[in-house]
Design a protein around this ligand. Structure first.
Ligand code: AMP
Ligand code: ZN
Ligand code: FE
Ligand code: FE
Length: 283
């Protein structure tokens, strides 16, 4: 059984439509794939229909943005960015939907502010980004990166992230996201099984200390995404120990973004035993 529980489509910052992601998963000989777009459930119906049509197991999901605050003001968007995958969320949960809508609004406003800052130094306008973000429900920095590539300012998404779009640079703007423990609770309330996505991805920015993972486990976290491209051996060893100690399910996944990232479907997998444990935790 080949199980990959973390992928993205054009509904957020992937480059393939939800049905295309599912077809690509079948072509990659996966038995089960989850679609987990950033802060939106928009692609799930299309992906689910396609999965049933072509015969591949499908898990509806989301990758929810959250924030480990460093300042007391709950509306201050600064802090450590945390991503939490939620599997099997109830799309009718109004609390979750309201929070996701708020985060998507904040993402849009923040992308516009990033473009305004870039426009001080480069010939880029919001229309350039809108042309790339067009069909997406959740706008992200990868869409700004695509516009920068179109304009010849950088060569690839990777180059954009390594230079202009990185956290801490003069063009970086954070966006509002719910506090980490609140996000775990909201996912649980919506019947979802929360898995902390790439908790040790320290090359892309600050990661939260182990104490935060402990708090999340108390708040209802079920899984820890240990096997992920952004984790070196040291992080995998550390996170495996934490998962064992806190009785968290160890998962692995590709975090596929189509052609937008190097990540290939199935490059990291979740074992059938781990998948069963996740299913058993459903609300
Ligand atoms: P944002 O959600 O707007 O903060 O942008 C972060 C998203 O950009 C994450 O989903 C990452 O997967 C994606 N990302 C980060 N680095 C890269 C990169 N080098 N190339 C393409 N996408 C990236
Ligand atoms: Zn992404
Ligand atoms: Fe992520
Ligand atoms: Fe992701």
């Amino acid at each position: 059984m080949r199980i990959d529980l973390h992928t993205h489509s054009t509904v957020s910052d992937g480059t393939e439509a939800p049905a295309e992601v599912v077809r690509a998963a079948k072509a990659a000989e996966l038995d089960v794939v989850a679609l987990t777009d950033h802060d939106t459930l928009d692609g799930l119906a299309e992906a689910s229909t396609e999965a049933a049509a072509i015969g591949i197991g499908f898990v509806p999901g989301i990758e929810m943005s959250a924030r480990q605050r460093v300042f007391p003001d709950p509306d201050d968007p600064r802090g450590i960015s945390v991503h939490i995958v939620g599997l099997w969320p109830d799309p009718a949960d109004t609390g979750l939907q309201a929070m996701l809508a708020r985060v998507r609004d904040a993402r849009l406003e923040r992308a516009q502010r990033i473009v305004a800052l870039l426009a001080e130094d480069f010939a880029i306008t919001w229309d350039d980004v809108a042309a790339r973000a067009g069909g997406a429900d959740a706008v992200g920095r990868p869409h700004v990166a695509d516009a920068l590539v179109d304009l010849g300012i950088v060569a690839t998404r990777d180059e954009a992230f390594a230079s202009l779009l990185q956290g801490g640079t003069k063009y970086f703007v954070p966006h509002f996201a719910p506090e980490v423990l609140d996000a775990v609770a909201m996912l649980r309330a919506a019947g979802a099984v929360p898995v902390f996505a790439h908790p040790g991805a320290d090359a892309r920015g600050h990661i939260v200390p182990t104490s935060v993972i402990e708090g999340m486990a108390e708040a209802g976290l079920v899984g820890l995404e240990v096997d992920h491209r952004d984790h070196d051996e040291r992080q995998r060893t550390r996170l495996t120990r934490i998962a064992d100690r806190l009785s968290l399910v160890r998962t692995g996944s590709s975090d596929y973004h189509g052609t937008g990232k190097r990540n290939r479907l199935g490059e990291n997998l979740t074992t059938p035993d781990a998948f069963e444990a996740l299913q058993a935790a459903r609300g």
